[in-house]
Design a protein around this ligand. Structure first.
Ligand code: ATP
Ligand code: MG
Length: 401
């Protein structure tokens, strides 16, 4: 006998009271999506825990996938056995024979969720411990620091045996915290911001501003590749490519040079906000981090933020660049982000943009322009793509073009 299922322990879901059912359902769906290519797998979702029934599917690969699913605190490969001490002994014996016979030290940790079982936990520990020692004389018991801790849990319907606890990423299941628009540039920061938002359960739609011919197809492909990476976590992502050339040309022509960047950012935010309204999201996420560049001073954020009352979430705001890079490496967006590309926001920006723009000034300069046409045009001409993880990309592109 080998493991036939994986026991999933919930993370913070457990603290969510009445909403618990919804959280469990979200997590079940995340797992189901992530395990699509394992058709034999079945999921049993309960209030306190979930079981993935392997039905012969490869547990090593499935374990790798589960380690990335938000909302999972930890999980353990397990085997279900009838509530019969002889059957339990036999199952423990087989697990040690197949997996743990060379592990030197062990301990049995019995738990009874159901007290009607005829043996108490001390009895079970002793009976199984003695049985394993007899079958594998080379093993020793170590109750303090064993190499293998075989947990035996007696529940009303059956007994479960497991010996390994693998950590999940924690967080909340994707989709359990509402939807936001992620402004994704192609740089290092915004994919990390998106990852952090998803970890807190947010569903994302991705927005990218594209300014051909100033920015090339290469830059666009980069954003598609980054979105694809994020979709490995989210399942499927909608990407809006917003044509931004005309607006940028107009801004650079009509706004004094040192305020071009501030106005450009304000315009990007207004367009994103319009897309947000259209797609019924509740927030905007950026990869801004305090002090990184000229546009990321408090003065600048204060001037830019004026154009909307929509919450703008900046998951990286207080983080150091080195810590951001570490996460980018972990989530495999780093190498895509560092490919050279043209950034639509730097193209028209002077060598030294204002680091302390003022609201009154920017409002005065903008009062001579009518932005509404640019906003509507950008929104109406946005190209929308459905991005899926690598294997299914072709299908999604054919669907669209
Ligand atoms: P990043 O590494 O994410 O590019 P950055 O440090 O280069 O960030 P900026 O270029 O000032 O900083 O951009 C700040 C944020 O504005 C980005 O993190 C992103 O959320 C948003 N942004 C910038 N350019 C674009 C773009 N072309 N399309 C969509 N969002 C953008
Ligand atoms: Mg950038």
């Amino acid at each position: 006998m080998n493991y036939d299922r994986i026991l999933i322990r919930y993370g913070e879901i457990s603290t969510k009271g009445r909403n618990r059912h919804q959280f469990v359902e979200r997590l079940r769906r995340s797992i189901k999506d992530a395990l699509q290519s394992y058709p034999m797998v079945k999921i049993e979702a309960g209030r306190d825990r979930m079981f993935i029934l392997l039905n012969g599917e490869n547990s090593t690969e499935i374990i790798k996938i589960l380690q990335k699913i938000f909302g999972i605190r930890s999980f353990s490969p397990a085997v279900k056995v009838e509530r019969d001490i002889e059957k339990i002994k036999q199952a423990a014996d087989e697990l040690f024979r197949n997996l743990y016979h060379s592990k030197q030290t062990f301990k049995i940790s019995a738990k009874r969720a159901d007290r009607t079982f005829e043996y108490n936990t001390d009895d079970i520990n002793q009976i199984l411990g003695a049985h394993i020692l007899k079958s594998f004389p080379e093993l020793k018991v170590d109750v303090r620091n064993p190499v293998v801790n075989l947990e035996v849990e007696i529940r009303a319907e059956a007994a479960y045996l497991s010996a390994e606890t693998i950590l999940g990423p924690g967080g909340l299941p994707v989709g359990s915290s509402g939807k936001a628009m992620l402004m994704l540039s192609g740089g290092l920061d915004s994919p990390v911001a998106g990852y952090m938002a998803m970890k807190r359960g947010m569903e994302l739609e991705v927005v990218h501003f594209f300014s051909p011919p100033y920015t090339s197809e290469r830059a666009k492909q980069k954003v598609i590749d980054l979105t694809k990476k994020l979709s490995e976590i989210a399942g499927t992502l909608t990407l809006h490519i917003v044509p931004f050339t005309k607006a940028q040309e107009a801004v650079s022509k009509q706004i004094p040079e040192n305020y071009v960047m501030t106005t450009t950012r304000r315009l990007m935010l207004r367009i994103t906000d319009e897309l947000r309204r259209k797609h019924e999201a509740l927030a905007i996420i950026t990869g801004e981090s305090l002090g990184q560049v000229a546009s990321q001073t408090l003065e600048s954020m204060y001037a830019i933020n004026e154009v909307t009352t929509t919450p703008i979430l900046r998951p990286l705001i207080m983080m150091d660049k080195t810590d951001i890079i570490k996460i980018a490496q972990e989530i495999n967006t780093h190498d895509i982000s560092i490919r050279p590309f043209e950034d639509c926001c730097t193209i028209f920006v002077p060598a030294s943009p204002k680091t302390k723009p003022r609201r009154e000034k920017v409002n005065f300069y903008e009062s001579f322009m009518d932005f509404e046409v640019y906003i509507q045009e950008a929104v109406n001409n946005s190209e929308t793509m459905i991005i899926k993880p690598d294997s299914s990309t072709e299908a999604s592109f054919n669907e669209l073009f």
